[in-house]
Design a protein around this ligand. Structure first.
Ligand code: ATP
Ligand code: MG
Length: 561
């Protein structure tokens, strides 16, 4: 394996190990809330948490942060496990749910009340917000802040018993309403919510808040390093405060890192859910979605996503990564691995007049020029072919070296052909067919007389080609930085109307007849493609994962020179 990049988190972990801060233990966790599908940002966190644990002989827990039943669902619980496993990570026996700790968390809350460090408050959510103050103004104390321990204990038990309506009371920490850190102004620890939970069903009608549940779950599991994104930096004093008040098994260290932002991409589960619910995409696994399942369907591999996460690294400052860098990672892998094939997306018929009718030749084609061990295959050649419409111009501009009237080009793995006539639709004037002649002496792509051609184009044999559907994707959002999008109207107007182009009349060489869903190819000169989940032998459907042109590699070359 290559040497691990040492980021600031790995350095902290290494230092803690040499100082024996947690003995020789390293224990991390990936704590998704099951309220949506995982996305590429989560992949960064997964690679970091599972990576740090594995590199240090530790373990990484998969823990569902399932404390908000109104937004959670078993569908999400299941998809999360599938996606983490698909990325190549294994939590072993360490699968946990915060909801499994509800009783323990409740007992911790009782302890806090008994210590005089928590109280039941009767303010409404709006009033609590109003009392909280601002960054420049201190908050005001709740009228119940002086409530006796006995009364709070009694009310909290009755909250649990279901005596009160949703939102009528909360349990709050007793900290400091004048704290410069708003998170420390008597934060809410428990709320009443009479909603059925996907695991505990109706056993509970009070649910702990993230700031209370998370640190305690970490402690109960013996987590050593609790890695989270920067927006939790201001919550760290509360994380530590809760653990400091209570008699807990251990006090994990929370460390924050910058979340992943990607250009032209939104990584907020709330917005992604709106895309799904609003029918703007076909589902969580729409190949345009930045979800793990969308990327998988699009043709990304676990390796390419892990490579991407390793390349972007882990830092303390927020930044936006170019989506071109993600595309670069799959191109690099596909260039090494993908079988080359010929496909024509927008077919134009070519008849080779001097090629014998009924004759078929099997031409030898290279499967991957990067890897000779992948061998060769046979591609049928015959009198009628399809070429790419784009590869012909009736009136070619300068530097257009492909086919044009009177022009000679090379057919990949085949012969030189010359265009001698153009057939057009009488009404529309559209070119419908090219009449060509071939030079039988150029089989294999070279002329014995040494004459050169400037263009080489791909093709398929009309009689042998398979008719398939191809879906071309572009960014889902028009703006480079769509992070501002917060509302549904914003969302609609910022979507790229041409993010999906479906071509139904494409042709591919017959070797693709048994392409299984997920099978990946390079369509020569066009890009990397994979057979879609909807693909079947009766109707093959391919997704374009990425086009061939690597803008990221160009940017890097320019930066280096
Ligand atoms: P939302 O998108 O609704 O704000 P979330 O992305 O925080 O939610 P969680 O399920 O709480 O969703 O995330 C699980 C873990 O993944 C958290 O530790 C979180 O910090 C991390 N994570 C989420 N988004 C990113 C991101 N863009 N980059 C890196 N890590 C992320
Ligand atoms: Mg979250």
């Amino acid at each position: 394996m290559h040497a691990e990049v040492v980021d600031f988190i790995r350095r902290i972990v290494a230092d803690d190990l040499s100082a024996k801060k947690n003995g020789d233990r390293v224990r991390t966790r990936f704590p998704p809330e099951p309220n949506g599908y995982l996305h590429i940002g989560h992949a960064k966190s997964i690679c970091l948490n599972f990576g740090v644990a594995a590199e240090n002989g530790g373990v990484c827990h998969l823990r569902y942060d399932d404390t908000n039943p109104s937004k959670e669902d078993v569908e999400y619980v299941e998809s999360i496990q599938e996606d983490v496993r698909w990325l190549g990570y294994d939590w072993g026996d360490h699968l946990y749910f915060a909801s499994d700790y509800f009783e323990q968390l409740y007992q911790f809350a009782i302890q806090l009340i008994q210590l005089g460090k928590a109280y039941v408050c009767d303010l409404s959510a709006d009033e609590i917000r109003e009392y909280r103050g601002t960054l420049t103004e201190p908050g005001r104390e709740s009228p119940q802040r002086g409530r006796s321990i006995e009364e709070s204990l009694d009310l909290f038990e009755r909250m649990r018993a279901g005596e009160f309506e949703d939102g009528s009371r909360v349990l709050r920490a007793w900290i400091d309403m004048a704290s410069p850190n708003i998170n420390m102004r008597d934060p809410v620890l428990y709320r009443i919510q009479k909603t059925t939970h996907h695991r505990t069903h109706d056993a509970w009608c009070i649910y702990p808040m993230y700031d209370f549940a998370h640190c305690l779950s970490d402690s109960l599991e013996g987590i050593t390093h609790s890695l989270c994104t920067l927006e939790f930096e201001d919550h760290r004093p509360l994380y530590d405060w809760v653990l400091d008040q209570l008699d807990v098994p251990c006090h994990p260290q929370q460390i924050e890192f910058a979340r992943l932002n990607l250009s032209y991409t939104v990584l907020s589960k709330r917005i992604l859910l709106q895309l799904v619910d609003g029918g703007h995409v076909s589902g969580w696994d729409d190949p345009r979605m930045p979800t793990i399942s969308g990327l998988r369907r699009r043709g990304y591999t676990p390796q390419s996503i892990r490579d991407f996460c390793a390349a972007i690294g882990v830092a303390k400052r927020d930044s936006t990564v170019a989506i071109a860098q993600l595309e670069h990672s799959i191109r690099e892998e596909m260039n090494r691995r993908a079988q080359r094939v010929m496909a024509v997306l927008r077919p134009l018929r070519v008849v080779i007049e001097n090629y014998p009718e009924g004759q078929v030749e099997e031409l030898e084609a290279v499967n991957n020029p990067e890897d000779a061990s992948m061998g060769t295959r046979k591609v049928p050649f015959s009198r009628v072919l399809y070429i790419e419409r784009d590869d012909f111009r009736e009136d070619p501009p300068r530097k257009f070296f492909r086919l044009a009237p009177g022009r000679e080009v090379r057919l990949r793995y085949g012969y030189f052909i010359t265009c001698i006539d153009v057939v057009k639709d009488e009404c529309s004037g559209e070119v419908t067919e090219l009449r060509c002649r071939y030079d039988p002496a150029t089989r294999g792509g070279n002329a014995p007389d040494g004459r050169k051609v400037k263009g080489t184009i791909h093709w398929v044999s009309a009689a042998h080609a398979l008719e398939v559907e191809v879906r071309l994707y572009d960014h889902l959002f028009e703006q480079e930085d769509p992070a501002q999008i917060t509302s549904a109207p914003d969302l609609r107007s910022s979507l790229n109307p041409s993010s999906l182009e479906t071509l139904t009349d494409c042709r591919v060489e017959p070797s693709l007849a048994d392409a299984e869903p997920g099978a990946q190819y390079q369509f020569e000169r066009l890009g990397y493609f994979c057979a879609d989940a909807d693909s079947s032998p009766e109707r093959l459907v391919f997704n374009r994962t990425v086009p061939l042109r690597d803008t990221w590699a160009k940017i890097q070359q320019r930066a280096a020179s």
